[in-house]
Design a protein around this ligand. Structure first.
Ligand code: OTU
Length: 697
């Protein structure tokens, strides 16, 4: 096995070399299979992007190795490449005129997804719309909310029985029967596209389900398909690997290997029924890349590349973020750029932000001086450090915790952005903040185990109604579960019927989303947060889900409530607002949903009207005197002021700010122009202000 340094050098050398003859042969191969009418344009893309694809391929699957698994009936890496290039041409041909038009538009404006008018939304198909047709019927709701990017959690045919919420895929080419048919998917993407909403789907590329055809063939003993996975005859290698690996689900799926009768030990990073794919096998790459293109041709515009950190294994390492994983992603990006150039790739690598630059094709921290050239990789990556820090900040009443993470957020190349979010279908993983929590460098430490306890409602000062996730033994701070509304105290205050406490809790939810929406990136809502939807405590009644704590925050959308709340929240005429304005004392679910929905809608409208909030506009933090406070400056024109504590705090701001005139953007009905105001001298508990410098003065 090559060391990671050797791999890096080989990739770079290969990129320079990539023999002209081999390149020409593949180009001819691609050209020959193209529809004549598309040829000129497709070849232009090929010429731009194929050198990166072929260099990556050669680095991953060297044709000179000669070790092409002679014992199997598998094709050689070179044969696989030729077949793959041919299939890529077919995928190019099959792309519809509508999607080709979209490709052209995206190529003209590669940073389109960082427009401040683009807001994301994440939901499960069944929980949101019942099935794909049901989702299509809800498109107007999404439009009214301002959504332009919809991430639907896995909807492809998954394993029978337990399937990790669809993350154990049995068949990547078929929609899950309970959710519809392939035609429904195509109808949905067309409808979304017409509404200006881009559909993002998961591409679960680290593993398949244990009942996927490849796994079944491996079980039957087919040597070719055994090579699709990492299978070991005994515990010798698994033990050697295991001593360096971490645990994703230490309680419900301990260990990283699963014993399968008659097969041996299979690498299973996640659940035992999720078999890690062997990306060192060229056929795996070819299959997954073509899967991506086929889904793209059904109208999926963005791919959430699930668990990207784990794609490559190297003995003696934690098998995360290996350089080959990046080479794979760069190759996938090149494939998309050739055959479906409108497509976005989003890295789901739940690792500290400082480890994310390589997912955007930048050199890694460790390799920062190596003068490595940036190679296009992902367009987006989840900023999970920021997400977790927002929750730490709230539990600790400290804005400085978030400020530190923003300050340490690496700069991104053009055409790249962060996916910012507050909640998603997973737990809030605390591990990404281990280093920050240790303090030092003038930063005060914090105790992640205490914070996990706080969100589980275990500490005396807690207002939260969440639960710990996979915390056991020494690891008291793995993750936390719960809907945002439960974590910020809405559930608790509502249960007590305490209107004052409820106002505070609602202010916390608004505050945290105010941070997410003010930061650089593409901000995304989690389904139900717009109506302060609470936990689903009933998941434990279902034996298939009872042991999986993340189901706590995967409730179904209560449409009657959402619709009733929307009628008020979206009310845009003065009369209508006055007539139906939610009462501050109303502690009913509807009253809460109306107030929260209205606050979030105002925020979305304000963001849309503020170019300084473009996803790629500059961002810096502001020092405001008190550690409870957080100031986020965008483009030197916009300031978000946040008080993460439950007390009123004095603001100590530089004269350059206090001397200016500002427009307050989040006041009722004022988000398009803002109300002229002074820079505040004090901020009440959990206050959020969005200020835009008034240039009219
Ligand atoms: C991803 O997540 C998905 O988001 C999870 O829902 C899946 O269970 C998992 O992959 C397997 O497909 O480590 O970097 O809550 O953060 O499992 C990717 C834990 C991941 C998730 C983790 C995860």
């Amino acid at each position: 096995m090559k060391s990671s340094d050797e791999h890096r050098r080989a990739t770079a050398a290969q990129a320079r070399r990539s023999t002209a003859a081999a390149f020409d042969a593949m180009r001819a191969h691609y050209a020959q299979a193209l529809t004549p009418a598309l040829r000129a344009e497709a070849l232009q893309r090929w010429d731009t992007h194929a050198p990166r694809l072929l260099a990556a391929w050669e680095a991953l699957y060297p044709s000179v190795s000669g070790a092409d698994r002679p014992q199997t009936n598998a094709p050689t890496a070179q044969e696989t490449l030729a077949a793959f290039v041919h299939a890529m041409a077919e995928a190019t041909n099959a792309r519809s005129a509508a999607l080709r038009a979209l490709d052209a538009a995206r190529e003209r404006e590669p940073s389109w997804f960082l427009d401040q008018r683009i807001v994301g939304y994440t939901a499960y198909v069944d929980r949101f719309g019942g099935d794909l047709r049901g989702v299509a019927e809800r498109v107007p709701y999404l439009q009214r909310l301002g959504v332009r990017y919809l991430h639907l959690l896995p909807f492809l045919a998954a394993r029978e029985g337990d399937n990790d919420g669809g993350f154990a895929v049995r068949d990547y080419d078929t929609v899950a029967p309970a959710l519809g048919e392939n035609a429904d998917l195509e109808a949905l993407t067309a409808r979304l596209r017409a509404a200006g909403i881009s559909l993002c789907a998961d591409l679960v590329l680290n593993h398949t389900a244990d009942d996927h055809a490849w796994a079944l063939a491996a079980r039957r003993g087919d040597p070719r398909y055994r090579e699709y996975f990492h299978i070991f005859p005994d515990r010798r290698l698994p033990d050697a690997y295991e001593s360096h690996l971490c645990q994703i689900f230490p309680q419900t799926a301990p260990g990283n290997f699963t014993e399968v009768p008659a097969l041996g030990w299979v690498w299973t990073t996640f659940y035992g029924y999720q078999w890690d794919l062997n990306w060192a096998n060229a056929e795996v790459f070819a299959h997954m890349a073509l899967t991506l293109l086929r889904l793209a041709n059904r109208g999926i515009e963005a791919f959430r590349l699930d668990s990207t950190a784990f794609l490559w294994k190297r003995l003696g390492t934690d098998c995360m973020n290996q350089p080959e994983a990046h080479t794979i992603l760069q190759a996938l990006r090149a494939v998309a750029a050739i055959a479906a150039p409108g497509v976005l790739l989003k890295a789901e690598a739940i690792v500290p932000a400082r480890q994310l630059p390589p997912y955007f094709g930048l050199p890694s921290e460790a390799n920062a001086n190596a003068q490595a050239e940036a190679v296009a990789e992902c367009h987006l990556a989840y900023h999970s450090s920021l997400m977790a820090a927002a929750w730490v900040g709230l539990a600790e009443g400290r804005g400085d915790v978030v400020a530190d993470v923003i300050r340490a957020t690496p700069p991104l190349p053009p055409g790249c952005g962060w996916l910012t979010y507050l909640r998603c279908h997973d737990d809030i993983g605390w591990n990404v903040l281990r280093e920050e929590a240790a303090g030092g460098d003038g930063r005060a430490a914090y105790d992640l185990a205490r914070i996990a306890g706080f969100y589980a409602g275990e500490t005396p000062d807690s207002f939260a109604r969440g639960r710990r996730f996979q915390c056991a033994g020494d690891d008291r701070a793995h993750g936390s579960n719960g809907m945002a509304a439960a974590l910020v105290g809405i559930a608790e205050a509502q249960a007590r019927g305490d209107a004052a406490a409820l106002r505070m809790a609602e202010a916390r939810l608004r505050l945290l989303y105010g941070i997410v929406f003010a930061c650089a990136g593409l901000p995304s809502l989690y389904m139900g947060d717009e109506i302060a939807l609470g936990n689903d405590e009933a998941y434990t009644d279902d034996p298939l889900r009872a042991d999986e704590g993340r189901w706590l925050h995967r409730p179904a959308m209560p449409w009657p409530l959402a619709e009733a709340a929307e009628a008020v929240a979206a009310g845009d005429t003065h009369e209508r607002r006055r007539a139906t304005a939610p009462q501050a004392e109303d502690v009913s679910a509807l009253g809460i949903a109306q107030r929260v929905g209205r606050a979030l809608r105002a925020m979305i409208a304000a963001r849309m009207a503020t170019p300084a909030l473009r996803g790629d506009a500059p961002m810096r933090v502001l020092t405001l005197g008190d550690p409870a406070l957080l100031g986020i400056v965008r483009d030197e024109r916009f300031v978000a002021l946040c008080n993460l504590s439950g007390r009123e705090v004095a603001v100590d701001a530089p004269a350059a700010l206090t001397d200016s005139r500002w427009r307050s953007m989040l006041d009722e009905g004022m988000h398009e122009h803002g109300r002229i105001c002074e820079f505040p001298a004090r901020l009440p508990a959990y206050a959020l202000l969005w200020l835009l410098r008034d240039s009219s003065a």
